[in-house]
Design a protein around this ligand. Sequence first.
Ligand code: FES
Length: 153
Amino acid sequence: MDTRSIDRILKKYNHEQSSIIGILQDLQEKENYLPEKSLEYISERLSMPLTRIYRIATFYNAFSLKPRGKYPVNVCLGTACHVRGAAMVLERIKMHLGIEVGEITKDNVFSLETVNCLGSCALGPVVVIGNEYHGKMTSAKVSSTIDQYRKDL
Ligand code: FES
């Protein structure tokens, strides 16, 4: 854990407990997730109960307590996407990245999750990479779509 960078974040927010969401956002932006040790450190420095920090961290979907890649890959397995072949798309992504759901690639670039509906059913199967939606995904398009992100590194 890099305590100096956490101290910088805390200083930016004047060590205000009321800024905890901003503090967690900055930490997540830096680490791609909220490491347990970092949350313990923040709890100590702000004299804020760790349980309260965890309550906030688990309430917002934008926060992740598990390591995530720079580009989290979310595959929708909701009904509308499922009937259009989402399971095959997921298998292809697993093969391409060499990881299972809940894992992260060795280079920390991609992690893989599934969701139940992303609210874009008409575009199914939908895959979100980072913040970008990719609709009408097919197994054939998986490699080129993912490799685009590697090029942008
Ligand atoms: S079921 Fe996939 S976006 Fe709704």
